[in-house]
Design a protein around this ligand. Structure first.
Ligand SMILES: Nc1ncnc2c1ncn2[C@@H]1O[C@H](COP(=O)(O)OP(=O)(O)OP(=O)(O)O)[C@@H](O)[C@H]1O
Ligand SMILES: [Mg+2]
Length: 243
């Protein structure tokens, strides 16, 4: 295994006096695809917000590339910029595909690089519709714009929250190919939140199972599906409700 990019230790997030996430220990390794699965409300999106330093930990620490971020803290800007998220419900500007992808660069104060923009649109298969307005796009196309907007920043770590929710199998396949390529060709570290355990099996090297804010099990994908240690993981994999 490569070195860890993230080391989470006793990490907790509390909202309104309720602890919605408490991870005793989790390392995320450089260049891996880690899938995070678990029922609705388990804390998956909350975990991504902490990994993106959008919200500070309530207690415990996240060590990111050697820098420790604790209670109430965030990571220094140059480190934060190494991480990008595609949110569960990405919002696009009501402008062209091209303008939406440029927007990602502008937010970071980065100069527009035409080459970077064209190659990113090419990677997500949107070159031919670069001038279409975002609101005229299909769900799959819009999701690829959201991905392109993140990819153009060439992050070391890409956090994806349900990147293929509500898409047809063809668009799911397109997006999964993009994810695989990013990981293989650019060695991007990916944390993929998904409700689709088959997607986790197709894409991830390891799977983490969150339940009520706690990490039940994190293990390599084959073991997760074929020989989970925890009976709750086995039940979840069988598609049963777990509490
Ligand atoms: N800003 C907030 N204020 C208060 N409670 C919150 C906040 N954000 C999340 N929560 C609560 O934290 C818990 C975990 O939410 P989270 O969105 O992380 O779940 P999730 O696993 O992503 O669920 P889903 O699969 O439905 O997206 C939920 O009970 C949610 O209501
Ligand atoms: Mg969520």
């Amino acid at each position: 295994m490569n070195e860890p990019v993230y080391c989470l230790r006793d990490l907790a997030k509390v909202y309104d006096g309720r602890r919605v996430l408490h991870i005793e220990r989790l390392d995320i390794y450089a260049g891996e695809i880690l899938a995070v699965v678990g029922p609705s409300g388990a804390g998956k999106s909350t975990l991504l917000r902490l990994l993106n330093f959008l919200e500070p930990p309530s207690s415990g620490t996240i060590r990111f590339r050697g820098v420790e971020v604790g209670r109430g803290q965030t990571a220094p800007l140059p480190l934060r910029r190494q991480v990008t998220t595609v949110f569960q419900h990405p919002q696009l500007l009501n402008r062209s595909v091209w303008a939406n992808v440029v927007y990602g660069l502008r937010l970071r104060g980065q100069r527009n690089s035409r080459h970077l923009l064209t190659s990113t649109l090419e990677e997500v298969g949107l070159t031919k519709i670069a001038h279409r307005r975002a609101r005229t796009l299909s769900g799959g196309e819009a999701q690829r714009v959201a991905l392109a907007r993140a990819m153009v920043l060439r992050p070391r770590v890409l956090l994806l929250d349900e990147p293929t929710a509500n898409l047809d199998p063809y668009n799911v396949g397109l997006i999964e190919d993009i994810i695989r390529r990013l990981n293989r060709e650019q060695r991007t570290t990916l944390v993929l939140v998904t409700h689709n355990i088959f997607q986790a099996r197709r894409l991830a090297q390891r799977v983490a199972f969150l339940l009520e804010g706690r990490l039940v099990e994190v293990t390599d994908t084959t073991a997760f599906f074929h020989s989970p240690r925890d009976p709750r993981t086995a039940a979840f994999v069988r598609g049963e409700m777990v509490y």
